[in-house]
Design a protein around this ligand. Structure first.
Ligand SMILES: [Zn+2]
Length: 281
């Protein structure tokens, strides 16, 4: 069913696994992600940036997630990724998004708390889950950018205050991952993740999941990561495939010929990620 982040993360916690949160950049990428989750038999989180939501249309995204979750018989969450403005979050909630992220990570702690509290108040009235971020994740992805000087690991003590004062549903942590990193893999600060996990009792979220080594996925899940964001790898897969296809498909052939193989390629990548996120023995 079409559901909230809260519900799927609670189930994931009971099973010591993570739920994949995959960024779609167009309406065409959506079926690839949901069909992969159906084949793997797991819940899935579809994420969009504010930019993608404006481009595709919030209501269109909600409708497709609702209908595909019914058809597939799996839990689907539609989540707004990295929103910094109250208005953008309100628009997504009003259109039917079931989850939002407020990213106040660049603000001083007190301001981040104040703004997150405002979001929580509106979201809870609509039964919508809220993810927030503490610390600063590095890199650039679809308009979200932090320079190397800005990168800051999440402080466990600040996390305790932040979680207590806001009542958020999930916390995005900065532990060494970077947005948009796909040509290399990152070194995760496991010790910091452990300290955060011991300090706060709520589902933790990893951003920049493309740059996480396969062998580290299990370790971070065992340390409390319940939502695993993957964006860049899907984007790169789609673009590489479509470059190849558009290069040789005749110009009057159905567009299907250029799109369906991209869907299949993304589906395969998503299934590979979900298999890791299940954290099987
Ligand atoms: Zn992110």
């Amino acid at each position: 069913m079409y559901t909230s982040l809260n519900r799927v993360l609670k189930k994931a916690d009971e099973l010591n696994m993570a739920v994949g949160a995959f960024n779609t950049h167009s309406l065409e990428m959506l079926p690839a992600i949901i069909s992969a989750a159906k084949e793997q038999g797991t819940p899935v989180i579809i994420q969009t940036s504010v930019g993608t939501a404006n481009y595709v249309g919030h209501r269109n995204l909600v409708s497709v997630c609702e209908s595909m979750s019914d058809q597939a018989g799996i839990d689907v969450v539609l989540h707004l990724d990295h929103a910094k403005e109250y208005q953008d979050i309100k628009e997504a909630i009003d259109a039917g998004y079931s989850s939002v992220m407020f990213d106040g990570s660049s603000l001083p702690l007190k301001e981040n708390i104040l703004k997150t509290q405002q979001i929580i108040e509106y979201a809870k009235k609509h039964d919508v889950s809220v993810e927030a971020e503490l610390g600063i994740v590095g890199g650039t992805e679809d308009g979200v950018a932090a320079s190397e000087a800005e990168v800051k690991y999440t402080d466990p003590e600040e996390a305790v205050t932040f979680v207590q004062k806001t009542g958020i549903d999930a916390l995005a942590v900065a532990i060494g991952t970077n947005h948009g990193q796909y040509k290399s893999k990152t070194n995760i600060n496991f010790e910091r993740l452990k300290e955060i996990k011991e300090a706060v009792d709520l589902p933790l979220v990893i951003h920049g999941g493309t740059g996480v080594k396969d062998e580290d996925v299990r370790k971070v899940i065992d340390l409390g990561i319940r939502k695993f964001n993957v964006g860049t790898e899907l984007l790169v897969t789609w673009t590489k495939k479509s470059k190849e296809l558009f290069g040789h498909t005749s110009e009057n052939a159905s567009l299907r010929n250029n799109v369906v193989p991209c869907i299949e390629a993304v589906n395969e990548v998503v299934q590979g990620k979900i298999k890791l996120f299940k954290n099987l023995n």
